[in-house]
Design a protein around this ligand. Structure first.
Ligand code: NAD
Ligand code: TYD
Length: 355
């Protein structure tokens, strides 16, 4: 029996990680701790909410007393930390919120885990405990036309979001070096798939195509992202959680680079067919808008360490994954209307507060 605290489990990636762990490991007890910000929605986990090995706890990772009490009470063996503010554009308009959640919240969790597990440089690493920090490739900054981010690439964050994630990664490593906290970090490329909040490029454009609204492309649409299907990320987290050496870092990515404009052209084509529109109809919605400040040109991940050492590889081609994603959004109009109207809180109140 293992007790695992997963933070941010009501969000996009967290919900896929929680579902995978609850279903795959019936012997583990999975606690999902989430503040339920605008990005967290328990409807993402409807299918597993009554499973015996799953429990939801509403709470804030920046609240030291609350986290400390939860640890004292539940005596977790491991933490998989995903809770974060995650949208670059929001970080540009409100950087302090990102410092608060991504930096202070992470250090708070590190402190509580260190205390609960009695970690110190005078003692050996507690091999039966683990603090797994989920991070992003954006900490490495921006690539030119050539090259890939490896685990050795120096950190060079540019946005307030990536700066806050970089700071949190540094704190996680500092707790390994200074206090022998048993940590593992992974840095993943851009994810896409079901449950993605429709402020990010792909779900926003699916939503807008469906509603015949403009598709806002920042600058010339030449920026490159390395897209990975969210379930492939969740599988990588499973593999790393169970097999990585303590203190190590793994990059996760699918060798799947696309310019933004090509992603949106492909999406338009897929949705012309799925919505029964004439070929080329959706592309007319593409609208070039003012570029994002400090917009990183290119991200691309070298995940050969993960592939060679731990045998992980992505399972889906982008065209197939994007088709599956569109199908999910078209079939889940209720989810979309709840998250876009703010009604996602009602589900929590009905399912958890009143019962
Ligand atoms: P998300 O915004 O969809 O979800 C974040 C979750 O954290 C939400 O459920 C939210 O309610 C919760 N949360 C926010 N503040 C909290 C707080 N103070 N206390 C408790 N819970 C809080 O994010 P995501 O896209 O699922 O990303 C999850 C993690 O993966 C983040 O750490 C992010 O940096 C990292 N990541 C994301 C991507 C990506 O493409 N989305 C890629 C690589 C890494
Ligand atoms: P996004 O989904 O916000 O992820 P990230 O900034 O973490 O990579 O953006 C993906 C790419 O799409 C990025 O280069 C910014 C661009 N973009 C647009 O062109 N238009 C949009 O409306 C959004 C949200 C993003």
């Amino acid at each position: 029996m293992k007790k695992i605290l997963i933070t941010g489990g009501a969000g996009f990636i967290g919900s896929h990680v929680v579902r995978l762990f609850v279903n795959k490991y019936p012997d583990y007890q999975i606690f999902n701790l989430d503040k339920l910000t605008y990005a967290g929605n328990l409807e993402n986990l409807k299918d597993i909410e009554n499973k015996a090995n799953y429990k939801f706890v509403k709470g804030d990772i920046t609240d030291a007393d609350f986290i400390n009490n939860l640890f004292q009470q539940e005596k977790f063996d491991a933490v998989i930390h995903l809770a974060a503010e995650s949208h670059v554009d929001r970080s540009i308009s409100n950087p302090l919120e990102f410092v608060q959640t991504n930096v202070i919240g992470t250090v708070n969790l590190l402190n509580v885990a260190k205390h609960a597990w009695g970690c110190s440089k005078d003692k050996s690493l507690p091999a039966d405990k683990k603090f797994y920090h989920v991070s992003t490739d954006e900490v490495y900054g921006s690539l030119g036309d050539e090259g890939l981010f490896t685990e050795e690439t120096a950190y060079d964050p540019h946005s307030p979001y990536s700066a806050s994630k970089a700071a949190s990664d540094h704190f996680v490593r500092a707790y390994f070096d200074t206090y022998n906290l048993p940590v593992v970090i992974s840095n993943c490329s851009n994810n896409y798939g079901p449950n993605h909040f429709p402020e990010k490029l792909i779900p926003l454009c699916i939503h807008n195509i469906k509603n015949n609204k403009p598709l806002p492309i920042y600058g010339k649409g030449e920026n490159v992202r390395d897209w990975l299907f969210v379930e492939d990320h969740a599988n990588a987290i499973d593999v790393i959680f169970h097999n990585a050496k303590l203190g190590s870092t793994y990059n996760i990515g699918g060798h799947n680079e696309w310019t933004n404009i090509d992603v949106i052209r492909l999406l338009c084509k897929i949705m012309d067919k799925k919505l029964g529109r004439a070929a080329g109809e959706n592309e007319k919605l593409i609208t070039f808008v003012k570029d994002r400040a400090g917009h990183d040109l290119r991200y691309a991940i070298d995940s050969s360490k993960l592939q060679n050492e731990l045998g992980w590889k992505p399972s889906l081609q982008f065209e197939e994954g994007l088709g599956k994603t569109v199908d999910w959004y078209l079939a889940n109009e209720e989810w979309l209307s709840h998250v876009t109207s703010g009604d996602y809180q009602k589900y929590y109140e009905q399912q958890y507060v009143t019962r």
